[in-house]
Design a protein around this ligand. Structure first.
Ligand code: NAD
Length: 248
C-alpha cells in the first residue's frame, strides 16, 4: 500500500453513456448498426453540401436522448475518484456533457469531439447555443442560417472529415504520456487519433485497462481487459483503486 496516488487518464467513448439511455454508434444497438445511412449525418462533406442532410441532422439533434440523460454509476464513480484526491483527467470522445453533470471538474474533462450544446457558423465562426438553434428549427426554419452572415450553422461537434482542435489534442497527448494508469472505457477504439492515445500511454509505461463489451484493436497491448457492463465495471475499478490507496 502506498499513499502516493497515481495519475489516472480516462479515455471514454459512447459506451459509457449507453446505460444513461444514449445509443452508441457501433455497438449491437448502435445508431450505425441499425441504420448505416445515418453516417452521412455525421460526415462534414455531406453536411456542408446537402441541405437535406442538415435538415435531418437538426431534427436528430432535437430528438437526442442526451438532453434528458442523467449520468450513470460509471460517470459518478469517476467523479468520486477525483473528489477522493486522485489526479484524474478525462479525455472523452462523447459530446453529451455527462462527465461534467456527474461532478467531474469541467476543466479536467477534455472534449476531443466537441460538444452538442453549442453551434458554430462555418462562414464567420460566430458561436451560439444549440438550444437557440433548435428553437428556430421548432419555429419553422428547417436549416437555420447564421444570423450575422447567413453562413451554414453546425453543431460544436467534430464531424468525420473535420480536424480535431489542435490544442485539445496536444493536451490529450500530454496527459496520455504523463499518466501512470490509463483506462479506455466504452470505446471501440476505431476512431483516430483518440484510439492512439492508448498506444502513447503504453509506450510511456502506464498500466492499461480496457473496459468494453466487444473486442478492440488495442486489447493486445492492454494489461487488463474487462468485459463486464461498464456501469458495474467502472465503480469496481474505482473501489479497487480507493482501497489500494487507503481511501476504501
Ligand atoms: P463506438 O460506438 O464506436 O463504440 C462503443 C463501444 O462501447 C462498443 O464497442 C460497445 O460494444 C461498447 N459498449 C456499449 N455499451 C456498453 C456497456 N454498457 N458496457 C460495455 N461496453 C459497452 O463509440 P466510440 O468509440 O466512442 O466512437 C463513436 C464516436 O461517436 C465518438 O467519436 C463519439 O464522439 C460519438 N458518439 C458519442 C455519443 C455520446 O456523446 N454519448 C454517442 C454516440 C456516438
Amino acid at each position: 500500500m502506498t499513499d502516493r496516488k497515481p495519475m489516472i487518464a480516462v479515455l471514454t467513448g459512447a459506451g459509457i453513456s449507453t446505460d444513461s439511455g444514449i445509443p452508441d454508434f457501433r455497438g449491437p444497438q448502435g445508431v450505425w448498426t441499425r441504420d448505416p445511412d445515418a453516417e452521412k449525418l455525421f460526415t462534414y462533406e455531406h453536411y456542408m453540401a446537402d441541405p437535406e442532410v442538415r435538415r435531418r441532422s437538426w431534427l436528430a439533434r432535437a430528438d437526442n436522448a442526451a438532453w434528458a440523460a442523467l449520468p450513470n454509476a460509471a460517470h459518478l464513480a469517476l467523479a468520486e475518484l477525483e473528489r477522493a484526491g486522485f489526479p484524474v483527467r478525462i479525455i472523452t470522445q462523447n459530446i453529451d456533457g455527462l462527465h461534467q453533470k456527474a461532478g467531474s471538474t469541467p476543466r479536467k474533462v477534455l472534449e476531443l469531439h466537441g460538444t452538442m450544446f453549442t453551434v458554430r457558423c462555418m462562414g464567420c465562426g460566430e458561436r451560439g447555443t444549440m438550444r437557440e438553434a433548435l428553437d428556430r428549427v421548432a419555429a419553422g426554419e428547417p436549416d437555420p442560417a447564421c444570423l450575422s452572415c447567413g453562413g451554414i450553422l453546425k453543431a460544436g461537434t467534430v464531424m468525420f472529415g473535420e480536424n480535431l482542435d489542435g490544442e485539445t489534442l496536444s493536451q490529450a497527448g500530454a496527459i496520455a504520456k504523463a499518466c501512470q494508469v490509463f483506462w479506455a472505457i466504452g470505446t471501440s477504439l476505431t476512431v483516430q487519433p483518440a484510439a492512439s492515445l492508448c498506444a502513447i500511454a503504453m509506450t510511456e509505461g502506464a498500466h492499461i485497462t480496457i473496459v468494453n463489451a466487444e473486442p478492440t484493436p488495442y486489447d493486445v497491448i492492454a494489461d487488463e481487459v474487462v468485459r463486464t457492463p461498464i456501469s458495474e465495471a467502472v465503480p469496481q475499478l474505482v473501489r479497487a483503486l480507493l482501497a489500494a490507496h487507503g481511501n476504501g
